[in-house]
Design a protein around this ligand. Structure first.
Ligand SMILES: Nc1ncnc2c1ncn2[C@@H]1O[C@H](COP(=O)(O)OP(=O)(O)O)[C@@H](O)[C@H]1O
Ligand SMILES: CC(C)(COP(=O)(O)O)[C@@H](O)C(=O)NCCC(=O)O
Length: 313
């Protein structure tokens, strides 16, 4: 257990059984067949056993922290003797490219929505804050996509600040993996003061040098999705294969030329990109942020979670 996990002593470590048992002690809401069906409909590759064992207790922990956050806001209003603006509870999800951040984010979003239909939940990703390809090219860093300098961090901080301040409608730019670029603002996602906002991205726990404020300052809870890099490479290549499968009918797709060309060469290119860009980024800039997370989900083969680490303090 925890083969590549350098957790320090400020984490409680749980194997699957111990984590699932925690929920057993506090269970109020049963997971229903309809809940599991909705997960299947969302992504039929997700293990329902993991949903029961790992994500259901996680959903409950998040809800407890959320209630505590609301309580704290009320305490503040009481102390100030005036209303304070509603402010979303923000969850950050970090980890390597292709480790499963966006799947984890959307799964958590779905489970929270199903269990607490009175709450509004929204999920956004930080890849919309990458500079557009034209700008990356102008700066000579197109091959550094995903590295800290490829993001407009000032813009990301400004957007999170507006959301946390309780603004009614905040536009968050979106990224499209198929066109491999940021979309125009007409396709932005509108965050409309949800109760809970999930923010997912490789950079959400990073501390850029000389910054006065960090993305994580806006988080009320953070999760790092962790796995052995050799496994993540497999998942990256699987996803690349799936992108090729959808790209060959669409000449506008960034992967079209690879999709209609020689498949072995396309995969050789993807392996190079993994090694020279995404793995490098993981080792240099992403993995060092793991020890800042409140919770670490450690995955093994087939995305099965074998260990959960929860921050003590
Ligand atoms: N729990 C899971 N079970 C099965 N497949 C998963 C799971 N999580 C992610 N995947 C698959 O792994 C690949 C990478 O996941 P994704 O969520 O796109 O990663 P990220 O957002 O970290 O880049 C995708 O092909 C996705 O379908
Ligand atoms: C957009 C990304 C930086 C971040 O992606 P994500 O974690 O959302 O998959 C990444 O998917 C990416 O495009 N990396 C650059 C190299 C490449 O994989 O093509």
């Amino acid at each position: 257990m925890g083969d590549n996990l350098a957790v320090t002593r400020n984490y409680y470590q749980f194997d699957r059984g111990a984590w699932a048992d925690l929920h057993g002690h506090t269970r109020r809401t049963e997971i229903t067949d309809a809940d599991l069906q909705s997960v299947k409909a969302f992504n039929d590759k997700i293990s329902l056993d993991d949903v029961r064992t790992i994500y259901w207790p996680l959903r409950r922990l998040v809800y407890l922290y959320f209630k505590n956050y609301r309580q704290k806001r009320q305490t503040l209003a009481h102390f100030l003797n005036k209303d304070v603006a509603p402010s979303p509870f923000i969850i950050g999800i970090a980890g390597s490219v292709a480790v499963g951040k966006s799947t984890t984010a959307r799964l958590l979003d779905l489970l929270l929505e199903r269990t607490y239909p009175q709450l509004t939940i929204q999920t956004v990703t930080t890849d919309g804050f990458l500079y557009p390809n034209a700008e990356l090219t102008r700066r000579g860093i197109l091959d550094r996509k995903g590295f800290p300098e490829s993001y407009d961090m000032g813009q990301l901080l400004a957007v999170l600040d507006a959301i946390k301040a309780g603004n009614q409608d905040v536009a968050v730019p979106a990224y499209d993996h198929q066109i491999y670029d940021v979309l125009p603002m007409s396709e932005a996602i509108h965050v409309r003061q949800p109760d809970i906002l999930i923010v997912e991205g490789i950079n959400v726990l990073q501390l850029p040098s000389n910054a006065q404020i960090y993305v994580s300052d806006f988080f009320d809870f953070s999760i790092y999705v962790d796995a052995n890099p050799a496994l993540i490479e497999e998942w990256y290549l699987d996803r690349f294969g799936a992108l090729l499968d959808t790209a060959f009918t669409d000449p506008d797709n960034y992967y079209y030329d690879y999709a209609v060309g020689n498949r072995a060469e396309a995969f050789a290119m993807a392996r190079r990109v993994w090694r020279d860009v995404n793995l490098k980024n993981l080792i240099e800039y992403i993995e060092p942020t793991r020890s800042r997370a409140d919770l670490i989900l450690h995955k093994t083969a087939h995305h099965r979670i074998d260990e959960v680490d929860l921050r003590k303090y």
